[in-house]
Design a protein around this ligand. Structure first.
Ligand code: FAD
Ligand code: SF4
Length: 489
């Protein structure tokens, strides 16, 4: 334990955020780091409580609380306080391949379970993690470290999101020869073409890819497995194949007028915005001057809000079917459960600063899309919803008669969730899917003869931290399959 009285002496201090009206002028990240002395104090706040739910990833009250990677949080908080940055980095990298990603975008399941959060503010675990890894890069402690010994085993990883990258990193470190196939023009999965640049700068993703290449991982982009390279070819050329193809099939809106021009899926829109930024080209889908409606009040919808603001939209509404959550934990949702409270994310804060109010309208959905004479979207019809208790105890949201409204809209972005991987992947590899249309795999991540699956394509749309955790666990099973034993952790 670094400083026994740290949690009594120091208040939580987050990395500052630039002014919302200023930061929407660019797609740059907007959280400058604390200075080293302040960071030491934030490390000192960890009381090493001895009951570190923060690193447990236990399912409590229906959701997981604590870090799915079981990051050794109290240990590296202590090292931060003592200024032992190399030790902190070594402990962090033991469990997390890519802290520069989780340190920026993780919802911090750890902080929800932090003992300091029982009576006050939790430790800044996520930002401490980010400070450790960025210090490692700044001081050039992170350098390519190719494995000393290579095996003769060849592994193909399909998909280069966080799950695929974690599988590739782990198996390459073990000495296997790893090739990653990616259908897009750049590797990174949703880290590259999903999560916007202001949340995760794309140079950070590229920095990690270059490091992995220097360590021996081969990336082949613009190549779709099952199309550009057949399943049979892959099976002939590799000793194991790991599918990390994500859950890219978006949930659609089956509504009258769905074919209107100006209706897009959120990820297509976000991808265009990032491509425009990286390739210095105009965005193929652009919110500039448009009345934008985002359907879906979750994180993806929030990223659309932040992106539309940066493109200069005229107005912005975000529709959410569910009721507004409470501001504080309810009595039936105590610590250390994941708090089911209202989260006002960066995009919603920015929209409030620009338009004077939170863009979200709760308990409301869209019922029809209205087109002009040229087939272009010009408005939508909405209806309010109310909860109706069902026989099984669940609440179903049903339309409230007489609450219909019409709203002007030129750009509708659908951020209504995902329905597992695209069907052509399991069918190309002759694999079974589970009842939620994800790739079915056994507890050892095995989905077929020498085929493994990990990440969102196996567990359904989730989070970066879970994708890394899945990638690490699957890599261990692949190593066991290839070698007949494994010492990987
Ligand atoms: C807009 C958005 C914002 C998000 N924000 C956050 C966040 O802030 N924090 C967080 O923790 N999580 C966030 N998530 C969720 C997180 O990004 C995912 O859970 C995570 O990326 C899943 O990782 P994955 O490797 O399983 O799949 P993905 O990241 O989806 O990667 C799959 C890759 O496989 C490739 N692929 C698919 N089929 C083939 C094929 N046949 N051949 C070759 N390549 C193929 C795809 O092109 C893609 O690059 C967000 C998701 C979205 C959509
Ligand atoms: S990966 Fe996420 S849950 Fe784990 S310690 Fe980091 S911020 Fe917390």
């Amino acid at each position: 334990m670094g400083k026994p009285t740290g949690f009594l002496e120091y208040q939580r201090v987050n990395n500052p955020a630039s002014d919302p009206k200023e930061r929407i002028r660019s797609f740059n990240e907007f959280h400058p780091a604390l200075d080293p002395q302040q960071r030491r104090q934030q490390g000192a706040r960890c009381m090493n409580c001895g009951v570190p739910f923060c690193q447990s990833a236990m399912k409590l009250g229906g959701s997981v609380s604590g870090c799915p990677l079981h990051n050794l949080i109290p240990e590296w908080n202590d090292e931060i306080f003592n200024g032992n940055w190399d030790h902190a980095l070594a402990r962090l990298l033991k469990t997390n391949n890519f802290p520069e990603f989780t340190g920026r975008v993780c919802p911090a399941l750890c902080e929800a379970a932090c003992t300091c959060g029982m009576n006050g503010d939790p430790i800044t675990v996520r930002e401490n993690e980010l400070a450790i890894i960025e210090s490692g890069y700044e001081r050039a402690v992170i350098r390519p470290r190719p494995p000393a010994v290579r095996t003769d085993k060849r592994v193909a990883v399909i998909g280069s999101g966080p799950a695929g990258l974690a599988v590739a990193d782990q198996l390459n470190r073990r000495g296997h020869q790893v090739t990653v196939y990616e259908k897009e023009d750049r590797p990174g999965g949703l880290l590259m073409y999903g999560i916007p640049n202001m949340k995760l700068d794309k140079t950070i993703v590229e920095r990690r890819i270059r490091l992995m290449e220097a360590e021996g991982v081969r990336f082949i982009t613009n190549t779709e497995a099952g199309v550009d390279v057949s399943a049979e070819e892959l099976q002939k050329s590799y000793d194991a194949i790991v599918l990390c193809v994500g859950a890219g099939k978006p949930r659609d809106l089956a509504l009258p007028g769905r074919d209107a021009e100006g209706v897009y899926f959120a990820v297509d829109y976000l991808k265009c915005a990032t491509k425009a930024l990286l390739d210095h080209i105009p965005a193929a889908i652009n919110a500039k001057g448009k009345r934008v409606v985002v359907v879906g009040g979750g994180d993806t919808g929030n990223d659309c809000v932040g992106t539309a603001l940066r493109q200069g939209c005229k107005s912005l509404i975000q529709l959410e079917m569910m009721p507004r959550p409470p501001l504080e934990r309810r009595a039936d949702n105590p610590w250390p459960q994941w708090p089911r409270v209202l989260k006002t994310d960066y995009g919603q804060q920015e929209a409030a600063a620009v338009f004077g109010k939170d863009p979200r309208i709760f308990e409301t959905t869209v019922t029809e899309l209205i087109k002009d004479e040229k087939g272009r979207l010009k408005g939508i019809k909405t209806v309010r919803l109310q909860g109706e208790p069902q026989k099984d105890g669940r609440m179903k949201m049903v339309p409230l008669p007489g609450s219909e409204k019409q709203i002007g809209c030129d750009l509708l972005l659908i951020a209504a969730g995902f329905l597992g991987p695209e069907e052509k992947i399991p069918s190309a590899f002759c694999l079974k899917t589970d009842p939620r249309s994800n790739i079915a795999a056994d507890p050892a991540y095995c989905a077929g003869k020498k085929i493994f699956a990990a990440g969102d394509c196996r567990r359904g749309q989730s989070m970066v931290v879970w994708a890394i955790a899945e990638g690490r666990a699957a890599a261990k099973e692949v190593d066991r399959f290839l070698m007949g034993y494994t010492n990987m952790i």
